[in-house]
Design a binder for this molecule. Structure first.
Ligand code: CA
Length: 240
């Protein structure tokens, strides 16, 4: 049974959500303020989080930012504010989706179902159990060194044989994501979602094209790649 954490301080909406989600067969846990939301997420390990923005204590964006560093659970932000800025902030802090209040329960349930299904497919594709997390692309972090290839997330810089390379932003993000998940088989759809974002409308060919460009830059023989290998029928694996 999938467990959903509802983070919401408006009692009527909490009741409505709890009722609707339970009827669909989900197990529902509730947090009514920012700090208990963090605790509940860590202790309960929900399969999905519905997150209000305006909350006592930490706001929803802050919660999202913190949780995103710790777990790969789908996070749907619920907010009464519907300007574009909020949407962008929501996605920047790592939310997977965004619903503006008032939303229809049918719409909410459809999105919940879709995200849970997506996560299940990713897990199946990767052949991993529930507790494995695939981190989102973080903005900084420690240097990653693969002999002559060095990735420095703090400076957003990649060097090969001590020469700083010129990578396009997506090439860099793709390389970083692959490198951070070294030796893990990553499906095209997962890569697309993590590097290009859930709302990117292009197809997974985009991934192949960028992989080709990256190989031309970082492989000694792009026709016989050793660092980024193709996993037939699935996607790619970064070897180092
Ligand atoms: Ca609220």
């Amino acid at each position: 049974m999938d467990k959903i954490l509802v983070v919401e301080d408006e009692p009527a909406l909490v009741d409505t959500l709890e009722y609707a989600l339970s009827r669909q067969g989900y197990s529902v846990v509730i947090a009514r303020d920012g700090l208990s939301a963090l605790d509940m997420a860590r202790v309960q390990k929900p399969d999905l989080i519905l997150l209000d923005v305006m909350l006592p204590g930490l706001d929803g964006f802050e919660i999202c930012r913190v949780l995103r560093q710790e777990m790969n659970v789908p996070i749907l932000i619920l907010t009464a504010r519907d300007d574009e800025v909020d949407k962008i902030v929501g996605l920047e802090v790592g939310a997977d989706d965004y619903l503006t209040k008032p939303f229809s329960m049918r719409e909410l349930l459809a999105r919940v179902k879709a995200h849970l299904r997506r996560v299940r497919l990713i897990r199946e594709e990767m052949g991993v159990e529930d507790e494995v997390m695939v981190p989102a692309v973080p903005s900084g972090g420690r240097r990653l060194v693969f002999d002559s290839l060095v990735i420095d997330p703090d400076r957003r810089e990649v060097s090969l044989n001590d020469d700083v390379m010129h990578l396009k932003p997506k090439e860099y993000e793709l390389l970083l994501f692959l490198a951070q998940n070294r030796r893990i088989v990553l499906g095209r759809d997962l890569i697309l979602e993590r590097v290009w974002g859930w709302d990117y409308s292009g197809g997974s060919r985009t991934v192949d094209v960028h992989i080709r460009w990256l190989r031309e830059k970082i492989e000694s023989d792009p026709a016989d790649p050793k660092r980024i290998v193709t996993v037939r029928g699935i996607g790619y694996r970064f070897e180092g």
